[in-house]
Design a protein around this ligand. Structure first.
Ligand code: ZN
Length: 449
């Protein structure tokens, strides 16, 4: 078989590969990375060369935690708006959560309904998580066979009635069934008993909200999930970890061979409880943004590998649902377009490199979801890239964000790292200053993963 001709050569003094950052030229053929070559490589005949100068070439980010909400709550967010935001923010693959759309992704028929509205409308590649509910055990294997990347469950109320939480017996059954076909179970881990015992929250004070979602709720739920995984052999993943107290549990479980991974989010790494103004419910999410000392420990968990991924948990709603009362406001922080600069700003201050950021935000999430063609600048992977000016800064203007309801906890913040352009399978899909027509594909679980 003759190799496909090289169509594009992307040249940068800072190409971020799994081995490190170096000056290189990345050759693209048929939408895939053909080779990572010396910086001064002459372009093959017929290839277009794009010299990015000192702008960094990163793998396109893989955001495995995005709530798109379409169909059904499309006024909250939709495939077009969310994937525009993704493209503008250097994200080339996202995985849609099975709730807050109507229907939720809990049967094959529902999955097809979502795929039907997404097809042809997405600016980046999109995969789907399925949902595991108390009453859809028989749907899990068909959903797995239909291509969902894994199953999301809640252990505490999800916030929408069509997506009930699993009780302890349901969790056992779901874990056993998922293990039977080699699937992945991803879990919102807060223990409802702790939430029930915590003081009820109402009003404008962030401290009251924080007290209503105690760390113990997360810690105990994570401990319970680990013990189910240990018993059943299920591969499990802790979503949006906020409580750093749970890190030692995860680390020791992994050391003994339990198949558990964990993610945290840009807001837990860059925002603190101490800075949330009264009534500022754009900062409300569950589990909550905690104290600065907790944030330091989460960074330590990333540094030592206990935390695998950093993904957005982009979970928007209409602005009227963000009333200035922490008891009644919808919970969710929208950061799909801002995750890369938000994380890079804090990461650099803490001595981390772009290679670390690429591992947390592209390589590890791609591995989690079994998307083996995504997430790294390496031969054979899809030619998905984010071009970042890592030393340039900007002030977040909500009006410049593409997601449907541009409420953001980052408004007015000065962030480091400007996304210059985004590339999907060797084609520029965003920047400078423009978005291309939607060419994203719908991704399904690859066989054997
Ligand atoms: Zn979420």
């Amino acid at each position: 078989m003759t190799p496909e001709p090289v169509e594009l050569l992307l040249r940068s003094t800072r190409v971020v590969t799994p081995e490190g950052t170096r000056a290189a030229s990345v050759a693209v053929a048929a939408g895939r990375i053909a080779a990572v070559l010396p910086h001064d490589t002459a372009p093959p005949p017929g290839a277009v060369t794009e010299d990015l100068g000192d702008d960094a070439l990163l793998p396109g980010l893989v955001d495995t935690h995005v709530h798109i909400n379409e169909p059904g709550r499309t006024e909250w967010e939709g495939f077009d708006a969310a994937t525009r935001a993704a493209a503008a923010g250097g994200v080339t693959t996202l995985v849609d959560m099975p709730l807050n759309s109507l229907p939720p992704t809990t049967t094959v028929e529902h999955l097809r309904a979502k795929q039907d509205v997404a097809r042809g409308a997405v600016h980046v590649d999109v995969g789907f998580w399925g949902g595991a509910l108390p009453a859809n055990l028989a749907d899990l294997r068909p959903l797995h066979d239909a291509g969902v990347l894994g199953f999301k469950s809640f252990l505490s109320p999800s916030g929408v009635e069509e997506f009930p939480a699993l009780g302890p017996e349901d969790l056992e059954a779901v874990a056993a069934e998922t293990a039977a076909f080699g699937g992945l179970l991803i879990v919102h881990a807060e223990d409802p008993a702790h939430l029930d015992r915590a003081p009820r929250v109402h009003g404008r004070r962030y401290a009251d909200f924080l007290a209503s979602r105690p760390r113990a709720a997360e810690n105990d739920a994570v401990a319970g999930l680990i013990s189910v995984s240990r018993r059943r052999g299920t591969r499990v993943h802790v979503l949006h970890l906020s409580s750093s107290d749970a890190l030692p549990l995860i680390a020791s479980a992994r050391a003994e061979g339990v198949r558990v991974t964990a993610e945290t989010c840009p807001h837990f790494l860059t925002l603190t409880a101490e800075e949330v103004p009264d009534g500022a419910t754009e900062f409300k999410c569950c589990p909550p943004v905690r104290e600065a000392a907790n944030q330091d420990a989460l960074w330590a968990g990333l540094a030592d590998g206990t935390l695998d991924c950093v993904v957005s948990d982009h979970s928007p709603c209409t602005t009227d649902l963000k009333v200035p009362d922490f008891g009644t406001a919808w919970g969710g922080i929208s950061s799909l377009q801002l995750g890369l600069p938000a994380v890079w700003t804090a990461a650099r201050r803490r001595g981390h490199t772009l290679r670390d950021v690429a591992r947390w935000m592209a390589t590890a999430p791609a591995a989690l979801a079994g998307l083996h063609r995504k997430g790294a600048i390496a031969p054979g992977r899809d030619a998905d890239f984010a071009v970042l000016a890592p030393d340039e800064s900007f002030t977040v203007d909500p009006a410049a964000l593409h997601h449907r309801n541009p409420v953001t906890a980052y408004a007015g913040k000065e962030l480091l790292g400007v996304v210059r352009s985004t590339w999907l399978r060797g084609r520029r899909i965003a920047g400078p200053g423009a978005l291309a027509a939607p060419t994203g594909l719908l991704l399904e679980r690859q066989r054997g993963t």
